[in-house]
Write a protein that binds this ligand. Structure first.
Ligand SMILES: Cc1ncc(COP(=O)(O)O)c(C=O)c1O
Length: 358
């Protein structure tokens, strides 16, 4: 007996539609890197047919999609890192981000028979990948001059702080990027989910929603539900023991939580071996039979404990939701000092996946 991750395919379609409503003039790359944020890349890709294209981080992810027969445009957000990856990008007709001089050199040294679609990535302030503003002009020219590159070079950047509407970093990034967009007059892509939700100016030719497709909000202080999204993953398990303890009984490893009175404590079959965060503290909610109940004591590898004082009828076999429908992953993430992205990506191999569709 262990947890199940129920993937609601209709929620994915709904969330994609929500991104489209927010940016009606934009085309959409559905971001399905990192195994579609833990939801299963090959499982979800066919259900995101409403997107214009797909985006992944790495060439090997895109190759997996092609080998599974997926024939839609695919953008590789980090681009290629050696001649073999470049050859694969060309062979599989991938679109690539070009974000550093080493990639321009690889293109120069490895002529291709079919021109590659390239997105020149500008570092507008994220300071992770991308050409610095003073190197953009030369990079643009080098790509224009390279016969291996499709002449319709496009421009992209990535926002560092769009989740916080009061952070001046975003207007600064947008202003810097728009200088180059005006200068080169080509197709542009700026917005991740937070850009789509919070920054109308970031909704340019192409948007790149990731986390919002899965139903979680990237915005500070706002859940996905509040912005019209539906949870695509519900992590569920069951109560596997109901125990009665005397006042003062320590619960679980190190006895970090002690029963304040004589009470029942339940054991749920879910732990960090399934991807439930070990750092979720006492008080983190779960839903037992649809009712909120607090976790108590340390999360262990296969199990966690819950306070049953409010649930006198709880019994072995009762269903427990760890996050998802009715319990936003963002809320659990906040308790555990992380983000919903990490919870989704962390669901482990032993968890059973099942799909619903409506
Ligand atoms: C370049 C790029 N674009 C878009 C996304 C999607 O971001 P989000 O999941 O916040 O929508 C990511 C994810 O980190 C990314 O790295």
């Amino acid at each position: 007996m262990g947890p199940t991750a129920r993937i609601d395919l209709s929620a994915l379609r709904h969330n994609l539609q929500r991104a489209r409503e927010l940016a009606p003039g934009s085309r959409v790359y559905a971001v399905i890197k990192a195994n579609a944020y833990g939801h299963g890349m090959l499982r979800v890709a066919p259900h995101l047919a409403g997107a214009d294209a797909l985006a992944v981080a790495r060439v090997e992810e895109a190759v997996k999609l092609r080998q599974a027969g997926i024939d839609r445009p695919i953008l590789v957000l980090e681009g290629f890192f050696d001649a073999a990856e470049l050859a694969a990008a060309s062979h599989y007709r991938l679109e690539v981000a070009v974000q550093q001089p080493e990639q321009i050199a690889l293109l120069h040294d490895n002529p291709l028979s079919h021109p590659l679609t390239c997105w020149l990535k500008i570092d507008s302030g994220m300071h992770r990948l991308g050409f610095q503003p003073d190197a953009v002009e030369a990079a643009w020219q080098a790509l224009q001059d390279d016969p291996s590159v499709d002449k319709k070079v496009r421009l992209m950047t990535h926002l560092s702080s769009a989740d916080d509407l009061s952070d001046p970093a975003t207007p600064t990034q947008l202003a810097l990027f728009s200088r180059f967009a005006d200068r080169f007059g080509t197709e542009c892509s700026v917005a991740n989910s937070a850009g789509i939700i919070g920054w109308p100016e970031a909704r340019s030719d192409w948007i790149r929603p990731g986390i919002m497709l899965y139903g979680a909000s990237p915005m500070l202080g706002q859940t996905g539900e509040q912005i019209g999204l539906r949870s695509a993953m519900t992590l569920q398990s069951r109560l596997i023991a109901v125990n009665r303890f005397a006042k003062g009984s320590p619960i679980g490893y190190s006895g970090s939580w002690v029963c304040p009175e004589a009470m029942s404590v339940g054991v749920v079959a879910a732990g960090y071996g399934d991807g439930y965060p070990r750092h979720a503290p006492s008080g983190t909610p779960v839903l037992l039979n649809g009712q909120r109940v607090p976790l108590v004591g340390r999360v262990s590898m296969d199990m966690l404990n819950i306070d049953l004082r409010s649930q006198p009828d709880a019994k072995v076999g009762d269903p427990v939701t760890l996050w998802g429908e009715g319990l936003p992953a963002e809320e659990i993430a906040q308790h555990a000092g992380t983000i919903a992205y990490e919870l989704f990506c962390g669901v482990t191999q032993r968890v059973q996946f099942e799909e619903t569709n409506g």
